[in-house]
Structure formats: C-alpha cells, structure tokens
Design a protein around this ligand. Structure first.
Ligand code: 13P
Length: 253
C-alpha cells in the first residue's frame, strides 16, 4: 500500500501577513523539486488570503487551523466554511490539542467541524493524541481510540479519502521531546487498527497518519520511515523556510 507522504506546517499563532508571505516566498524554491510529498502550510486566519496568493502556481497547499461547524450567524470569533472557500483554502486542521486544552474543543465538536468541513469540500487533518499523564498511565491506545471513535462518528469510507489523521502526543508538542520512532509507530499502528474496526481494513490501509510533536530535520527521516507514519504535522520547525524545507527533504529526499 503506497500512501503519499504529507507534511504540513501548523504556524499556530505566529507570523503576520508580511512574515507569512516572506516565508512562503522563501520556501517555494527550496521545495520546488519535491514531488513525492504533499506540502501544506497552515497560517492564521488573517494571513490565509495573502499566503494563498503567494503559494499560487507552487507545490505548496494552504490550510486553515480551524473551521466553524455552523454555516453562519451568532458565533463570535468563529470562521465559516464559506469564508475559507472564498479565500481559496484546501485544508483545515481540526481538533488540535491546543484547541482541546485551551478552547474547550471536544470529540463532539471535532466531529461536527469535520462533517461541516467535508460537506464543504475541504480536506481535513484531524488531530488526536494523549497527554503525558495518559501516556504514563498506559492508556494511550484507549485515548486515541476514544478520540477517533468520537471524531469519526458518522463519517463514511468515501469521506475518509479527504481525512488525514494527525497523531500528536501532547507531551511531545513544543517540548523538544519527540516520541521515539518505535513509540510513534506503535501508536500509529493502534490508530490504523481502530480505523479498521470502524470502517474496514481497506480504508485503514489507505488513510494517512501524520506524526506531530517536535519533528525536525534531524529526526524526520527516521519517523517518516516507519511503516505506519505517513508524514508530519509540524509546529516550531515550520516557522523557518530553511528548517521546514530541510525537514521535508530529509524525510522524503
Ligand atoms: P511542534 O513541532 O512545535 O512540537 O508542534 C507540533 C504541533 O503541535 C503541530 O500541530
């Protein structure tokens, strides 16, 4: 089963419009020859439009970091599918652990946002991952099972063609502590088997599962080299064109 590697940069709450455009303009020539990986950058909402424009004609795709489940109306602070469509975004990140931790995101809201995003024709990076306490309790596989079961509730096999799962152990995000490739591989395998239980082996074999959590140029090859790791969702190392391109080229070059 060959799954195309996907490497996405989640800029989180970083980069002004000018900084984001400068990053993409610097990144474009550095990754222009990469044809064996999908490359995505996910700026803040205010920077999306300019980055979509800057990325035009390149092999860099653009994603948003969230999407409302509602179509429109009284939802202060939310951004709708139509708004993202108009800007020209292809991808949306849903359920990042920072949204779960600081903004009350739950498996139910992740599921609602995912359904809205798919109905509007977006591709989704659906984030899951355990906390340090859960890892130490030995409940990692139960946690990702619950998150996947809730997040994918009512999602069909054909919907899954537009979903990538991002496994991000919370304790590895921004901490410099990467899961060892073996540790990550074990959990990716567990996630794939949950997808097989829910939607069948064929869907499970086809779905891409990214790893996220302190991935960088020095470890991307080993992580992405694991059988069940199909790419990365990158925070810190995606904020510099040089670091991000190095990570991508090391992973798939
Ligand atoms: P870091 O790469 O900074 O650890 O962040 C990972 C992440 O949360 C990407 O969504």
């Amino acid at each position: 089963m060959s799954r195309k590697v996907i490497i996405a940069g989640n800029w989180k709450m970083n980069k002004t419009v000018a900084e984001g455009v400068a990053l993409v303009n610097e990144l474009k020539p550095l990754v222009a020859n990469v044809d064996n990986a999908e490359i995505v950058v996910c700026p803040t909402f205010t920077t999306l439009s300019a980055v979509v424009e800057a990325a035009k004609g390149s092999n860099i795709q653009v994603g948003a970091q969230n999407i409302s489940w509602a179509e429109s109306g009284a939802f202060t602070g939310e951004i709708s599918a139509d708004m993202l469509k108009e800007v020209g975004v292809e991808w949306v990140i849903i359920g990042h652990s920072e949204r779960r931790q600081y903004f009350g995101e739950t498996d139910k809201t992740v599921n609602q946002r995912t359904k809205t995003a798919l109905a509007a024709g977006f591709k989704v990076m659906l984030c899951i991952g355990e906390s340090l306490e859960e890892r130490e309790n030995g409940t990692t596989n139960d946690v990702v099972k619950t998150q996947l079961t809730g997040g994918l509730e009512g999602i069909s096999a054909s919907d899954m063609e537009n979903i990538v799962i991002a496994y991000e152990p919370v304790w590895a995000i921004g901490t410099g502590k990467t899961a060892t490739p073996e540790m990550a591989e074990d959990t990716h395998k567990a996630c794939r088997s949950v997808v097989a239980d829910i939607l069948g082996q064929e869907v499970a074999d086809a779905v891409r599962i990214q790893y996220g959590g302190s991935m960088k140029g020095a470890n991307s090859k080993e992580l992405v080299g694991q059988e069940n790791i199909d790419g990365g969702l990158i925070g810190g190392a995606s904020l510099s064109a040089k670091d991000f391109s190095e990570l991508i080229i090391n992973a798939v070059g």
